[in-house]
Ligand binder design. Structure first.
Ligand SMILES: [Zn+2]
Ligand SMILES: [Zn+2]
Length: 166
């Protein structure tokens, strides 16, 4: 849940603004596990709702494409979304609305942005050596016991030729 009270804006004049600082610790956004979520969101009363805009910093759990370990990837997103008034119908383009009491849970909107902000090929560290192509052991953790002398899998021989040629 990313709950924010916007009751001061629901009945305000168009153009009225309010800024809200976010600083949340561990939270789950549906299927996303987030270590922290920080930033400032600016809310502006517009004719058909409340416009949310701002930059959010988060760390989102994802799998390293090299070693397959779970880690928290830093993600920065420029969020922008229209929040409907209470009773407004929800849609993929407008997934959030305020309650009658003036609260909004921005979780569906934030989740969507964090998903889009995740790197396509996340790596836990720029120096992650990943898994050994021969034994499948995690090289950084010392799980590879092949050593340099081990017979190479013929499927990787071509790659080895390329590496030797550098
Ligand atoms: Zn890794
Ligand atoms: Zn190995």
């Amino acid at each position: 849940m990313v709950r924010i009270r916007l009751s001061s804006l629901t009945n305000a004049k168009v153009g009225q603004r309010e800024s809200v600082g976010l600083n949340l610790g561990q939270l789950s956004l549906d299927d996303l596990s987030v270590a922290y979520l920080k930033g400032v969101l600016n809310f502006t009363r517009v004719a058909n709702g409340i416009l949310a805009q701002g930059t959010l910093n988060a760390a989102v759990a994802t799998e390293c494409t090299r070693c397959l370990e779970l880690f928290f990837a830093p993600v920065v997103v420029e969020l922008e979304g229209l929040i409907g008034f209470s009773g407004a119908s929800l849609s993929p383009e407008r997934p959030v609305r305020v309650t009658e009491e003036g609260w909004v849970d921005l979780a569906p909107l934030v989740r969507e942005y964090l998903w889009l902000g995740l790197p396509a090929n996340p790596v836990c560290s720029p120096t992650c050596a990943g898994l050994c192509p021969r034994c499948g052991g995690n090289i950084d953790r010392g799980e590879c016991s092949c050593g340099d002398k081990a017979p190479i899998d013929p499927r990787w021989a071509v790659l080895q030729t390329l590496l030797d040629g550098e």
